[in-house]
Ligand binder design. Structure first.
Ligand SMILES: Cc1cc2nc3c(=O)[nH]c(=O)nc-3n(C[C@H](O)[C@H](O)[C@H](O)COP(=O)(O)OP(=O)(O)OC[C@H]3O[C@@H](n4cnc5c(N)ncnc54)[C@H](O)[C@@H]3O)c2cc1C
Length: 531
C-alpha cells in the first residue's frame, strides 16, 4: 500500500516525488503515461526543434477551431515523458513579478503572495551565478547562462536598445523590464528538466516507485457517511488494467489539460456535463476545466541576407558537435536565446505587459514548416490576457483527447486583440532598427512592412499561435467556482490535491515552468505540514 500516489511525472510531479520520498517512513508511487526520458534530443538543448515532431513524448493536442483566429485549430504540444513539458520546453527560466502573486492572494489564493513564494523559488534554484536576495544557488534546478549564442540574437539586443529598451542581465532580479539573454534551465550545457533535477537523485530510494507507460484512467473514492475520500487510482500499463490503493493522498499533477480531464473522468466536475458523458457524479464542482488561459503569440519573420541563422545547420552536424566535442556549438542553444519584457502604452500598472522571445531561425508553425534559406523570428505575446477558455470532455474514456476551447481574443472589450496589434507593431519597429541592416532580407510574415492596422489584425487572426503556457483549469481560490482551496485540496472531497499549472488563478507575467515548480515546492511543505 502506497501512502501517496502522484499522477504525472511532469514539472510538478517530479518535485513532489522527490520531496515526499525524503521521508523514509512513507511510500510513494509516481505514475507517468509517457516513457523514460532516454532520447538524446531531450538532453541536447537545440534538440527541442526535433522534439516537436516526436509523437512518442508529446500529447500533441490541438484546440478546436478558434472563432477569433479564422477558425484555425492551434497546435498545443505537451510533454508526455518523465519531466513532462519540462523535458520538451524552451528552458527559459522566468518567474513573473511580485504583483502577479500578490494578485493571486488578493483573489483568494491565501498564502501565495510574493513574500511567501519567493523562498520557494529560491529553494528550487541552483543558479550558476550564485545566490543573492532574489536567487538561490544550492537548489536542484540548475539555472545558467547559455553556452552558445547566435550573432542574430546579439543584433536583436542591439536593435531593442536602439528602439529604446534598456539592457537587463537578470529578468528575475529587482527589475523585469528590458532586454537580454534568457537564463535557462541547463546543467553542464544539457537540459535540466525536473526529471533530471528532482527525480534522478531520488530514484534509488527504496520508498519511491516510478511506473512509466502507465495511463491513469480515474481516481477512485470511498463513500462513507461524510465527504467522498480519494482512496486510489485505476490505470492501464502494458495492456493490463490495475488498481492501486492510496493510504493518505492522491496528488494529481497531469497539467492544465489532463488534470481537469482526470477529475471529470473521476466524477468531479460540472454535474450536467458529467451526466452527458454517462459518468457517475461524485461531487458537483462547476469550475473544473474552466478559467483556461494561455499566452497567444505573434511571430514576425524576416529572411536574412547572411548565412548566420540556425536554419541550414544540419541536425546531424549539430548533434555530432554537441555530443562528440564536449557539448559545444549550436546544440547548446535553446533557440529562444534572447528576449525581454516591456511596458506598453496600454499597461494598467507598472508591470511589463509584453514579452519577446527572439529566435535566430525561421520559426513558422512552431518550426514544423521549414522555410528555405536563412532568417529570424521575433515572438511577441501579451502577458495578461482577459479571454478565458475551457477544457471539456469529448468522451468518458481516458485515452480520448478532451476538447480544448482556448477562446483566444474573445474578451468582450477587445483588449486582447488591441494588445496583440501592439505586439505586432512593436516587433516590426524593433526589427526595423539599424542593428539589423547587415542582416535584413525581405519580410516573410507579415509579407510587407507597411501594413495598416486592419491588415495587421488580419495577419494576427491568420498567424497567431500558442506560446505553450496553458493554466488555470483547476483554479485555486475560495469562491464557488474554485476547484482547489489554497492548500490545493480539491474542494468537496478528501484525500485529493491538484498540484500543477492548472491551479494558477491567472497567468504570471512570463513563462510558466519556474512558477509550476515553485507551486510544487510549496505544496510539498503543505502536504508535510511544514508551511
Ligand atoms: C514546447 C514548449 C515550450 C515551453 N517553453 C517554456 C519555457 O521556455 N520556459 C518555461 O518556463 N515554460 C515553458 N513551457 C511551459 C512549461 O514547460 C509548462 O508550463 C510546465 O512544464 C507545466 O508543468 P505541469 O507540471 O503543469 O505539466 P507537465 O509538465 O506537462 O506534466 C504533466 C505530466 O503528467 C503526465 N500525465 C498527464 N495525464 C496523465 C495520466 N492520465 N496518467 C499518467 N500520466 C499523466 C504527462 O504525461 C506529463 O508528464 C513550454 C511548454 C512547451 C510544451
Amino acid at each position: 500500500m502506497y501512502d501517496y500516489i502522484i499522477i504525472g511525472a511532469g514539472s510538478a510531479g517530479c518535485v513532489l516525488a522527490h520531496h515526499l520520498s525524503e521521508d523514509p517512513s512513507v511510500k510513494v508511487l509516481l505514475i507517468e503515461a509517457g516513457p523514460r526520458d532516454w532520447h538524446p534530443f531531450i538532453h541536447m538543448p537545440a534538440g527541442l526543434a526535433k522534439l516537436v515532431n516526436k509523437k512518442g513524448v508529446n500529447w500533441d493536442y490541438n484546440t478546436l477551431a478558434e472563432p477569433q483566429l479564422n477558425h484555425r485549430s492551434l497546435w498545443w504540444p505537451r510533454g508526455k515523458v518523465l519531466g513532462g513539458s519540462s523535458s520538451i520546453n524552451a528552458m527559459c527560466y522566468i518567474r513573473g513579478v511580485s504583483g502577479d502573486y500578490d494578485d493571486w492572494a488578493a483573489a483568494g489564493a491565501e498564502g501565495w503572495q510574493w513574500d511567501a513564494v519567493l523562498p520557494y523559488f529560491k529553494r528550487a534554484e541552483g543558479n550558476a551565478r550564485g545566490a543573492d536576495a532574489f536567487h538561490g544557488a544550492d537548489g536542484p534546478l540548475s539555472v545558467s547562462d547559455l553556452s552558445h549564442t547566435n550573432p542574430l540574437s546579439h543584433a536583436f539586443l542591439e536593435a531593442a536598445q536602439q528602439y529604446g529598451l534598456a539592457r537587463n542581465p537578470d529578468f528575475n532580479g529587482a527589475q523585469q523590464q528590458g532586454v537580454g539573454f534568457y537564463q535557462v534551465t541547463l546543467r553542464d550545457r544539457a537540459r535540466c528538466s525536473t526529471s533530471v533535477a528532482y527525480l534522478k537523485p531520488a530514484q534509488t530510494r527504496a520508498n519511491l516507485t516510478v511506473h512509466t507507460g502507465a495511463l491513469v484512467n480515474r481516481i477512485t473514492f470511498a463513500k462513507g457517511g461524510g465527504a467522498p475520500r480519494a482512496d486510489g487510482v485505476t490505470y492501464s500499463m502494458r495492456g493490463r488494467a490495475l488498481h492501486q490503493p492510496a493510504a493518505r493522498e492522491v496528488i494529481l499533477c497531469g497539467g492544465a489539460i489532463n488534470s481537469p480531464q482526470a477529475l471529470m473522468l473521476s466524477g468531479i466536475g460540472p454535474a450536467d456535463a458529467l451526466r452527458r458523458q454517462r459518468i457517475e457524479v461524485v461531487h458537483d464542482l462547476p469550475g473544473v476545466g474552466r478559467n483556461l488561459q494561455d499566452h497567444l503569440d505573434i511571430c514576425t519573420l524576416f529572411h536574412a541576407t547572411q548565412r548566420v541563422s540556425y536554419d541550414r545547420v544540419s541536425d546531424a552536424r549539430i548533434a555530432f558537435d554537441y555530443y562528440l566535442r564536449g557539448r559545444r556549438g549550436p546544440g547548446g542553444s535553446n533557440l529562444a536565446e534572447a528576449g525581454g519584457f516591456l511596458r506598453s502604452r496600454y499597461a494598467p500598472d507598472d508591470r511589463a505587459d509584453i514579452q519577446f522571445h527572439f529566435v535566430p531561425a525561421m520559426l513558422d508553425d512552431h518550426g514544423r514548416n521549414r522555410l528555405p534559406g536563412d532568417g529570424y523570428t521575433l515572438h511577441a505575446c501579451f502577458l495578461r490576457p482577459r479571454s478565458r477558455g475551457q477544457i471539456v470532455l469529448a468522451s468518458n474514456r481516458a485515452g480520448d483527447k478532451p476538447r480544448i476551447e482556448a477562446n483566444y481574443l474573445s474578451d468582450p472589450e477587445g483588449f486582447d486583440l488591441k494588445m496583440m496589434l501592439e505586439c505586432a507593431k512593436i516587433s516590426r519597429d524593433v526589427l526595423g532598427q539599424r542593428a539589423f541592416d547587415p542582416y535584413r532580407g525581405t519580410p516573410i510574415y507579415p509579407a510587407r512592412n507597411d501594413l495598416d492596422d486592419a491588415d495587421l489584425i488580419e495577419f494576427i487572426r491568420a498567424k497567431a499561435e500558442s506560446v505553450y503556457h496553458p493554466i488555470g483549469t483547476c483554479r485555486m481560490g475560495v469562491d464557488a467556482e474554485a476547484v482547489v482551496d489554497p492548500q490545493l485540496r480539491v474542494r468537496g472531497v478528501e484525500g485529493l490535491r491538484v498540484v500543477d499549472a492548472s491551479v494558477m488563478p491567472t497567468l504570471p507575467g512570463g513563462n510558466t515552468n519556474a512558477p509550476t515548480i515553485m507551486i510544487a515546492e510549496r505544496a510539498a511543505d503543505l502536504i508535510r505540514g511544514r508551511a
